[in-house]
Design a protein around this ligand. Structure first.
Ligand SMILES: Cc1cc2nc3c(=O)[nH]c(=O)nc-3n(C[C@H](O)[C@H](O)[C@H](O)COP(=O)(O)OP(=O)(O)OC[C@H]3O[C@@H](n4cnc5c(N)ncnc54)[C@H](O)[C@@H]3O)c2cc1C
Length: 391
């Protein structure tokens, strides 16, 4: 397709929306991004760019910049709280690694590149609906309708108002905080470390590099919490939390002592990717999960790249959408299923599942074939999504 003739409207300036807008504009399309934020800014703390997401950033020419800000991750390692018993051990292997990065760092890299490529941003624009058709439109709050486009994309994340189902919220979320990285230990600079107490408690520390050139290195600290316990946690106060943290993982008390945590709720849903004629969902608006498998941001990047490459190889938009869905649907189905199955082993009230995790799954993952499969699973490379989208 000739991109110079395309008008594309994207709702949501998150990881999926920004990378899509950038990739389209780099090929000559006219792109407008609508976001409810007063000024574009990232939501959340840090996450791991897997080889899948990194391949998309490399295609955009931005991987070196992301790598310079982030921290290389070679291993994910989890122990039972208060013991030395390892129940999670995932290595990337010799030829692969993850890049843990602050959300703000990746956001700034994508935003700067998108502005330079000519993407237009409409901030303070809350999207409330979309109308499908030959020339679809976005309906904005305040009874405004955006100019029609050739294609409209919902990249409004898990909370997208289009087809919102409140019941899809999971029982557990987590407190997330960005805290200074302690240079002299006790944490490994290239590992995601976790501690578990049954499945009802989980804490993690992830080195996430710097937000900007010259800024200090930081860590993401997360603390799993039932949504219904958030008010109790708040009213109990910091001292009570510090006592709990000390009992679970004493080395993380200095993080909890200064953290200004944000409580994130998780959702699990798979909405229909097509929300109307020439209205498409990508990223969490299409498929949201708990961050247990650490794939969401990488999936959003893959969706964006898949759509643009499908447009490039097709004669029309409808044909491109079909190709894009063929490229992405099996990978998404697999990871949605795995995430649904795996999450309760780490975040639930079950007494049985953590026992199965510790006594059966953990030893099985020591077998070399299983270890390889689990490693491929965590890197996001099962079903070879990069090749599938033709990157
Ligand atoms: C706490 C937490 C930890 C995570 N950890 C990881 C991890 O380690 N690895 C990983 O790969 N993924 C992780 N994820 C998942 C990852 O963050 C998401 O999958 C990813 O951000 C999805 O990108 P997106 O572009 O679809 O949506 P988002 O990044 O959520 O962006 C949505 C955008 O839409 C805008 N918007 C929303 N509603 C409206 C509206 N009505 N009108 C206009 N604009 C709107 C928002 O302002 C936002 O800018 C984590 C998620 C959470 C919450």
């Amino acid at each position: 397709m000739r991109f110079e003739k395309l008008d594309i409207a994207v709702a949501g300036a998150g990881i999926g929306g920004l990378s899509l807008a950038l990739m389209l504009a780099m090929r000559g399309a006219r792109v407008v991004v609508y976001d409810q934020m007063v000024a574009p800014r990232p939501v959340g703390s840090g996450f791991v760019l897997q080889p899948t997401g990194a391949a998309v950033l490399s295609h955009l020419g931005l991987l070196d910049r992301a790598a310079a800000r982030g921290a290389v991750i070679h291993r994910m390692h989890g122990k039972l709280a208060g013991t030395n018993k390892t129940v999670l051990e995932i290595g990337y292997g010799a030829s692969r690694h993850g890049i843990a990065i602050q959300r703000v760092a990746l956001f700034d890299i994508l935003l700067d590149a998108a502005i330079a490529a000519g993407v237009t941003f409409e901030t303070s624009s809350r999207v409330i609906d979309m109308n499908g058709g030959e020339r679809p439109t976005i309906v904005l709050g305040g009874s405004r309708t955006a100019p029609s486009a050739d294609l409209v994309v919902d990249a409004m994340g898990a909370g997208s108002p289009l087809g919102h189902i409140a019941a899809k919220e999971l029982g557990y979320g987590a407190l997330w905080a960005t805290v200074p990285w302690p240079q002299d230990g006790p944490f490994h600079p290239h590992e995601l470390e976790q501690r578990y107490h049954r499945a009802s408690r989980m804490a993690g520390v992830l080195p996430v590099g710097t937000a900007a050139d010259g800024a200090p290195a930081m860590a993401t600290f997360f603390w799993s919490l039932r949504n219904r316990d958030i008010d109790t946690w708040r009213s109990a106060g910091r001292e009570a939390w510090l006592t709990e943290v000390a009992a679970m993982w004493p080395e993380t008390v200095p993080f909890a002592a200064i953290a200004e945590p944000v409580h994130a709720r998780y959702r699990h849903h798979t909405r229909r990717p097509i929300a109307g004629r020439r209205v498409l969902r990508i990223g969490d608006a299409w498929h949201a999960t708990s961050p247990q498998l650490g794939q969401g941001a990488n999936m959003a990047l893959l969706d964006a790249a898949s759509l643009v490459l499908a447009l490039e190889r097709s004669d029309g938009i409808d044909q491109a959408l079909k190709l894009h869905l063929r490229q992405r649907q099996w990978h998404i189905r697999l990871y949605q299923t795995l995430s649904r199955v795996m999450t309760p082993f780490y975040q639930s009230d079950s007494g049985l599942l953590p026992v199965v995790r510790d006594l059966a799954i953990a030893p099985a993952t020591q077998l070399s074939l299983v270890r390889l499969l689990v490693s491929r699973l965590v890197t996001g490379e099962f079903l070879d999504p990069i090749k599938r989208i033709g990157l």
